[in-house]
Design a protein around this ligand. Structure first.
Ligand code: ATP
Length: 332
């Protein structure tokens, strides 16, 4: 439906304390420009290191992807989506992990990203079991604001979950992992540097490089946060990101997401039936209960939209043009 699509107006975002492009950024970077530190994480086809830029002394997270692995596992498409999306969303909003540079050598691709000191939001939820109402509200404002921005750029994230939301040194949140994203509209960056996979030694003769193969119908996202419309009708719009936001809001108070079965199949069954409960003994604020109920609605057209969430009474008084840590400290 029309009003549930906030992307129709491609708003110009104010440049909120984002670094300006430096002339040095015109010079091609390489791994020599960084002092690599500890490995801070590992993905299914990547390793992430902290690294200090030898020119400005700042710490970044550098995601290193093995070209051989990407080719072998047929992940070229996902890597390209992530890079293109980060470029489309780049240097405009503090709630998105910034991609500053990309470069490659024979074996690897390097993505130079914002360093999120406290790692995944999931680990913070796990550490405390659940979050207090003010902290939940502070984090939820940032997520809603960032997703509003992402949608305004014609991007559907499609895999929002606390593992894909990183926490920076000032407790600002940064949404990451755009490998499952859907980009609406024209293709981006026609002049963007192509990834050269030719240098990859393909020792295995049956390695198939299928960059153009579209996998319509394949499941994207994570079982617990996937929307009923994706499961039932294989459709995934902006409303599906809103569904995930509802699951995350519930999880802040509950510790675990609303739909969680013993198996993926049982999880899907719960989602399709919108079968979840507010556990007794948890002091959910009544406004949060109402908000969650209005988001976790099976019919995407009847689900709250991002603008409706922003004007919900739980968020009354939130200065949406500056959802920052400073604001949180002002809350009594
Ligand atoms: P998968 O590829 O299997 O979905 P993933 O998306 O988590 O996993 P990566 O993006 O490579 O894989 O991230 C691996 C881990 O590194 C993450 O779980 C996170 O803890 C950490 N990490 C990723 N990016 C950053 C960052 N910008 N700052 C700090 N830590 C990060």
């Amino acid at each position: 439906s029309n009003n549930s699509n906030p992307s129709v107006t491609q708003q110009q975002e104010p440049n909120r304390s984002q670094p300006q492009l430096q002339s040095s950024q015109l010079i091609k970077r390489s791994a020599r420009d960084y002092q690599f530190g500890q490995k801070i994480g590992e993905g299914s086809y990547s390793s992430v290191y902290s690294a200090v830029d030898v020119h400005n002394g700042k710490t970044y997270a550098i995601k290193v992807l093995s070209k051989q692995y990407i080719v072998k596992e047929d992940k070229i498409k996902y890597v390209n989506i992530e890079k293109t999306t980060l470029h489309r969303l780049g240097l405009q909003h503090p709630g998105i992990v910034q991609l500053y540079y990309t470069f490659q050598d024979e074996a690897s691709l390097f993505f130079v990203l914002d360093f999120a000191e406290y790692g995944e939001l999931l680990s913070i939820i796990r550490k405390f079991g659940s979050l207090s109402e003010p902290v939940s509200k502070f984090y939820m404002c940032q997520i809603v604001d960032a997703v509003r921005f992402i949608h305004s750029k014609g991007v559907i994230h499609r895999d929002l979950k606390p593992e894909n939301i990183l926490v920076a040194h000032d407790f600002s949140l940064k949404i990451t992992d755009f490998g499952a994203a859907k980009l609406l509209g024209s293709s981006d960056d026609p002049n963007d540097e192509a990834i050269d996979y030719n240098s990859v030694n393909q020792t295995n003769g049956d390695t198939a490089v299928t960059t153009n193969q579209d996998r319509k119908g394949s499941f994207v996202g994570t079982a617990e946060y996937v929307s009923p419309e994706l499961l039932k009708h294989n459709i995934c719009g902006f409303e599906s990101d809103v569904w995930a936001i509802g699951c995350i809001l519930f999880q802040f108070f509950n510790g675990v997401p609303p739909f969680k079965g013993e198996t993926e199949y049982l999880t899907f069954e719960k989602i399709i039936n919108v079968n979840y409960n507010f556990a007794p003994g948890i002091p959910y604020p009544p406004e949060v209960v109402q908000l969650v109920k209005k988001i976790l609605v099976a019919d995407p057209a009847s689900r709250l939209t991002i603008p409706q969430i922003m004007s919900d009474s739980w968020f009354s008084g939130v200065p949406w043009d500056d959802v920052s840590y400073i604001w949180y400290r002002k809350v009594p």
